[in-house]
Design a protein around this ligand. Sequence first.
Ligand SMILES: [Ca+2]
Ligand SMILES: [Ca+2]
Length: 213
Amino acid sequence: MIKKFLLLIALFFITACNKNVSNEVVVYHNDFETNDLSNITNGIISTYNNSAVLGQYNNGNFILTLNNLPKHDLITITFDLYIHDSWDGNKKAPDGPDIWEMFVNGDPFIYTTFSNASCTAPDFCSPQSYPADYPNDYNNPRSGAYRTDLPGVCSWKNDPNGTSLYKISKTFRNSDSKLVLQCVDKLVQTNAIDPKCDESWSVDNINVKAITL
Ligand SMILES: [Ca+2]
Ligand SMILES: [Ca+2]
């Protein structure tokens, strides 16, 4: 009797799941290992931590444009975002704020700051807005990061800032045949000899799924 009951429950959930998502198609995937920059404007590829990545950027942006998407009701965009070296979060000039933005079809999805401060002194432990939007002063450096133990790109010897990896994932209602993903920074480091060496970002493993309900 219990077995039959459990089977009925299992069948109910399987049916319910099938109703929720009828079809998923990966319409774009890029790990950049083949230097493929088609569909990307302002694309640059470099090697970071033994992997090809899109970047690094400092006061830069890339635009991914996908045309002729199959009929769909939802889109899921996921990618790895690397925040390299000494980002200053919400700090004011000349150090920040260090803003990073993501737009889809021109609409803002993320408008935030990241802080990669080492926190060896209170003055250097600037808060970041992420996972909230800027301005939000209540999040510590690296809040929401997936990994915080990665090497920096251009840190000075023994600089503890390193790189923080964030897993970005957004699912939203969309039925347009064209999708434009733009990621852009407004990094501020006017007192650095080489701002790109001071702080930069890159992206890897971009995946776009079109989902039909
Ligand atoms: Ca890669
Ligand atoms: Ca800065």
